[in-house]
Design a protein around this ligand. Structure first.
Ligand SMILES: [Zn+2]
Length: 369
């Protein structure tokens, strides 16, 4: 059963400073819910399907009279929205945001529910969530083909929407809920890693086949996410999110807030390529260079350059590796790293004294040891 807890002192939920309730299962320390997690919530709520709502309470301001007496017809999701359908033009939309959670047939000890639905048998409570009523036909409200978990997911349509934002960072586009509804920070980072794309690429620079790969991968990976989330093994399966070392080259994973949205990116400087607009322009783009150059200059400046690399200070093994690594630094620089250095050189000189790029050492195979 799902539980709410206050954040423990050793909480490693580092996407935001927080002090709220956590969406957790069996005390496993988890992160803000992404599309697949909402599907799990949907499945948990389906026990109320066909049940009549006998009473409605909670401090939420939605019109409770409209809900009371209605029967739950269906529970569905759209990205990060959990939707309790009560009629053709009536549904409750719940967005857990960063700290939202729910409890079934029990209440949190230290929090009042924002919305509480009572049934003949059992009750459903929502905490710290954004909850609104939808009084329209859901098909007119939602584009189901934009939901990464939906069977109607349309990668081609998503690709077109991505290409329509040529001056946007790839890390921001992936978080655009109108294009990739349901993608959160884990899915974003993992698919950029799979695609070998640096998060600070702007769309105009990215080869089209990479965009095509991403729009398919985001859907495919989300079902792996769902499977691992159910099994409680999601973080164990992450290749780059909250990882110290890259599984491919053994280099340190860079952690940096990036894009206009300043959400946290985890990436490998060596394996995830940052394409140069000049290089790509000569190969692929027949569009006006004016479209690329000025926009890139401005967006790059907007970057947050507070770069940090994950420190292995608490990990004795990692310290040992780092020590060993100091002596072998130059021997392990790969061709890939060299190429990457060259492609990022321009961006570095343009904009930042990015500390994260100064560490080119490879604690080779540190992870497997
Ligand atoms: Zn790597």
């Amino acid at each position: 059963m799902y539980e709410i807890t206050t954040c423990p002192p050793d909480c490693n939920f580092i996407d935001r400073n927080h002090n709220g309730l956590h969406f957790v299962k069996n005390n496993q320390n988890l992160i803000m819910p992404e599309g697949p997690s909402i599907v799990i919530a949907k499945e948990a709520l389906e026990q109320f399907k066909g049940k009549k709502i006998l009473d409605v309470s909670g401090y939420g301001k939605l019109d409770k009279k409209l809900i009371k007496g209605k029967t739950v017809k269906e529970v569905t999701t759209w990205g990060k929205h959990l939707i309790i359908v009560l009629g053709k033009k009536l549904a409750i939309r719940v967005h857990f945001m960063l700290f939202g959670s729910y409890k079934i047939n029990e209440r949190a000890a230290k929090a009042n529910p924002k919305l509480s639905l009572s049934f003949k048998e059992g009750e459903l409570n929502f905490y710290v969530s954004q909850i609104v009523l939808i009084q329209e036909d859901l098909d007119s409200v939602y584009d189901w083909s934009a939901d990464i978990m939906n069977k109607s997911w349309d990668p081609g349509k998503a690709g077109d929407k991505v290409l329509a934002k040529p001056n946007t960072f790839i890390c921001d586009v992936l978080m655009d809920q109108h294009i990739f509804s349901g993608v959160g920070n884990i899915i974003k980072n993992e698919v950029m890693y799979s695609a070998k794309l640096h998060p600070e690429n702007i769309i105009a620079d990215v080869p089209k086949e990479k965009i095509n790969f991403l729009t398919k991968e985001v859907h495919r990976y989300s079902f792996d996410f769902l499977k691992w989330k159910r099994a409680g093994t999601l973080l164990k399966h992450c290749n780059v999110y909250k990882q110290e070392y890259c599984a491919v080259c053994g280099g340190e994973v860079t952690v940096k807030d990036g894009g206009k949205t300043k959400r946290r990116n985890y990436y490998c400087e060596h394996d995830q390529v940052k394409y140069s607009s000049d290089e790509l322009h000569s190969k692929q783009h027949k569009t006006s260079p004016n479209k690329l150059t000025p926009a890139k200059g401005t967006t790059v400046k907007a970057l947050t350059v507070k770069a940090t690399t994950i420190k292995a200070t608490t990990n004795k093994v990692a310290i040992k590796k780092a020590a060993t690594n100091k002596t072998t630094t130059n021997n392990v620089t790969t061709k890939k790293a060299a190429r990457n250095k060259a492609t990022t050189k321009k961006a570095i000189s343009n904009n930042t004294t990015n500390k994260s790029t100064t560490n080119k050492t490879h604690p080779k195979k540190a992870k497997s040891n």
